[in-house]
Design a binder for this molecule. Structure first.
Ligand code: AMP
Ligand code: GLY
Length: 421
C-alpha cells in the first residue's frame, strides 16, 4: 500500500519505521530527519487540511494515518474522508473525547465507566462549590487541548483554587481554560492501553507504562513523557481483562450508540488502584508518544493492514502478533525542557547508538544543520531497545544512550527499573 503519515514526531517515526518494514511505500507530511530514512517527506503543516488532502490525492495514497490530536479535533479526518481518502483517525466529533475533558468525563458517566468524581466549572462560585465537595486532594484540568500541560495535580484546596482561577480568570491556557474540570485525585500506578478501533470492534495493543515526570523517581514537573516500558511486568492479564470489560467495551458500544463512527486508536490513560481496579483518567484519540516507540518495536503483524482495516470499518480477523520480549524507550530531552527547549545544539553518536543490537533511535526534535544533526525541540530522540525483559531492554537502551551527546542533554536513568522484575 501507499500510506501517508501526518506528523513528524517520535510517534510518527515509529509508525513510519514499522510501515516501511512491512513493505509499504511510506510518505510523511512533514516527516522529519529520522523519517526521511524510511519515507518520502512532503512539505506542509499538520494543520493545513487543504494541503494534506491535495497531497493525499496527488500521490495518490491508499491510506492516510493522522498522528497528532490537533488536526483530528479540527476535522482533518472528516475532510479526507469527504474527499474519498481512506483515513485512520476519528472525525472532529468523536475527537472531542480528547479535545474536551468535560465532554469526555460526561461520556464516561453516561456509559458507566469508572472514573474520578468530577465537576465542570465556568465560574468562581462553581469552582468554590466543587472544591468544598472534593476536599483537599484534587486535579484541576483545562477543558481544551493544552499540549499535555493543562493538568495540575494538587495537594490542597488552596492550590486547586489558585490553579482553577488561573485558568478561568487569568487566561492561562487561553480558550482551553474557559471551562475547568476539577476532579478527585486518584492514587495508584498509571498504564497506557491503546486499542485499534473500526467503529464496531477493537484490538488491544501491547500495553506500556509512561514516565511523565522529568526526573528520576517521578520527581519534578510533568513532561510529554520521558520514557516507556512495554509491557510493564506488573500489568496482569486479569487487569487487562478488567480494562476491556469495564472501560473499552462500554466505550466502543457507547460511541456506536451515539452515532460516532470511531475509526482510529483509542488510547486509554488508566490509573490502577491498590485493589487492582482500573480507573479511566482520560482518552486520547491518537497514538501515545513515547508509548508507540516500544509498542512498534514489539509488533510483529503488518501495521498497515491493521490500520487500513480500522479505516475501512473492518479490522482484519484474528489478533496482532507480539514479540514476547520487552521494549524500553529512553527519551533524550534538550536543555530547559519541559519549560523551554534548546535548539541548534549539535548531536553526535546516533549511528553508534543504533549499532547496539535490537536498538532503534526514533527522532522527535532533530534537524539537519550545516555541521550535522542538531536539536530542534524539547524531546529530541527516543532510544528504544528490545531485551528478554524490561531490565535487559533498559540495559541495551542505556548502552545506546551512552554513545549520544549534545549540550544540556537530559534523560531519566530509571526507565525500566521501577518495580520491574
Ligand atoms: P490527563 O491529561 O487527563 O491524562 O492528565 C495528565 C496526567 O495527570 C495523568 O497522566 C496523571 O498523571 C495525572 N492525572 C490526571 N487525572 C488524575 C486524577 N484524577 N488523579 C490523579 N492523577 C491524575
Ligand atoms: N505519553 C503521553 C501521551 O502521549 O499523551
Amino acid at each position: 500500500m501507499k500510506i501517508l503519515v501526518i506528523g513528524g514526531g517520535g510517534r510518527e517515526h515509529a509508525l513510519c519505521w514499522h510501515l516501511s518494514r512491512d513493505g509499504h511505500t511510506v510518505h510523511a507530511l512533514p516527516g522529519s530527519v529520522g523519517i526521511a530514512a524510511v519515507a518520502e517527506c512532503h512539505d506542509g503543516l499538520v494543520d493545513d487540511a487543504d494541503k494534506i488532502v491535495q497531497t493525499a490525492l496527488a500521490i495518490p495514497v491508499d491510506l492516510v494515518v493522522v498522528g497528532p490530536e490537533i488536526p483530528l479535533v479540527d476535522g482533518l479526518a472528516d475532510k479526507l474522508r469527504a474527499a474519498g481518502v481512506a483515513t485512520f483517525g476519528p472525525g472532529a466529533k468523536a475527537a472531542q473525547l480528547e479535545g474536551s475533558k468535560s465532554y469526555s468525563k460526561k461520556f464516561f458517566a453516561r456509559h458507566g465507566i469508572r472514573s474520578a468524581q468530577f465537576f465542570a466549572c465556568t465560574t468562581r462560585s462553581e469552582v468554590d462549590a466543587a472544591i468544598a465537595s472534593l476536599g483537599e486532594r484534587m486535579v484541576v484540568k483545562a477543558d481544551g487541548l493544552a499540549a499535555g500541560k493543562g493538568v495540575v495535580v494538587c495537594s490542597s484546596a488552596a492550590e486547586a483554587r489558585a490553579a482553577a482561577i488561573g485558568m478561568l480568570e487569568e487566561g492561562r491556557f487561553g480558550d482551553a481554560g474557559q471551562t475547568v474540570v476539577i476532579e478527585q485525585r486518584l492514587e495508584g500506578r498509571e498504564l497506557s492501553v491503546m486499542a485499534l478501533c473500526d467503529g464496531k470492534r477493537y484490538e488491544v495493543l501491547a500495553q506500556a507504562e509512561d514516565h511523565k515526570a522529568i526526573f528520576d523517581g517521578d520527581e519534578g514537573p510533568n513532561t510529554g513523557g520521558m520514557g516507556t516500558v512495554s509491557p510493564p511486568s506488573w500489568a496482569s492479564d486479569a487487569l487487562i481483562d478488567a480494562v476491556r470489560r469495564e472501560i473499552l467495551d462500554p466505550t466502543v458500544s457507547g460511541l456506536a450508540a451515539e452515532g460516532l463512527d470511531f475509526r482510529g486508536v483509542l488510547y486509554a490513560g488508566i490509573m490502577v488502584d491498590a485493589a487492582e481496579q482500573p480507573w479511566l483518567l482520560e482518552y486520547n484519540v491518537r497514538f501515545g508518544d513515547p508509548e508507540t516507540q516500544p509498542v512498534m518495536m514489539r509488533m510483529q503483524s503488518d501495521l498497515g493492514m491493521w490500520l487500513a482495516g480500522a479505516a475501512s470499518g473492518a479490522l482484519p480477523p484474528g489478533h496482532i502478533e507480539w514479540d514476547e520480549r520487552a521494549a524500553v524507550c529512553v527519551v533524550l530531552a534538550s536543555a530547559g525542557y519541559p519549560h523551554s527547549s534548546s535548539k541548534g545544539d549539535t548531536i553526535t553518536g546516533i549511528a553508534n547508538a543504533e549499532a547496539v543490537e535490537d536498538t532503534v533511535v526514533f527522532h522527535a526534535g532533530t534537524a539537519q544543520g550545516a555541521s550535522g544533526l542538531q536539536t530542534a525541540g524539547g524531546r529530541v530522540v527516543g532510544v528504544t531497545a528490545l531485551g528478554n525483559n524490561a531490565k535487559a531492554a533498559a540495559a541495551k537502551a542505556y548502552e545506546a544512550v551512552s554513545h549520544i551527546e549534545f549540550p544540556g542533554m537530559q534523560f531519566r536513568r530509571d526507565i525500566g527499573s521501577r518495580g520491574e522484575s
